[in-house]
Design a protein around this ligand. Sequence first.
Ligand code: PLP
Length: 243
Amino acid sequence: MSNIAENLKIVEENIENACKRVGRSRESVEMIIVTKTATAEEICEVVKLGYSNFGENRIPHLKQVSQEVAKFILETNAEVRKPTLPSHISWQMIGHLQRNKVKQILPLVSSIHSLDTLRLAEEINTAAGKLQMKPKVYLQVNCSGEPQKYGVPVGAATYLAEQICTMPHLQLIGMMTMAPLTEDQDRIRSSFRRAKEIFDDIRDLEFHESKFKYLSMGMSNDYEIAIEEGATHLRIGSAIFRN
Ligand SMILES: *Cc1c(COP(=O)(O)O)cnc(C)c1O
């Protein structure tokens, strides 16, 4: 087995065990495979194993690898009588998004996890309107209490969520957060717990027509804690693509 296949097997086992520990079904958790350090060839290997949900934060890399992966799928499926690979790959923008990159990114991704300011929301809403799109977005909240560069502060999260929901070309489907940069498991857990509380608070408000239901948290170093604390979407990169 290749390293990637082996790494995936380990991650899948860990996800399943974490789900069992807290009585969740495996289907309640989705893994987004983060490709920022991967080559197109490595991503194709993952596609061959049946995975089709990927996350990126670098636009040039996203453009390059998404084209190569699409080509690989077309060519492979054309060679065999029954298609063997997923026909559609879904790409998520998970990292910081500059306002002047919004127009480029919209046609390439099926969701944006990093919406954290009113100005960015307005920019996406306007660009989406022109393209006649209605992108799915997650509100990124800084739950770690440390001065991270990105993410709306906890105290302003509900207000921003409310603002986003008044914009006709955005669908607010959930919330995203990143754990503090630390090895301290208790601090990671308490920041995820905080995220879940804010997520529940926003979910219980009326303004979003019940579309708000996903909690994107957990990366290679903390995805098991994230599952235990209620994540619905994990964003995992280095645990899969490391040698
Ligand atoms: C890189 C990245 C990840 C994945 O991180 P790993 O530690 O490699 O699993 C998840 N989310 C965001 C926003 C990232 O930039």
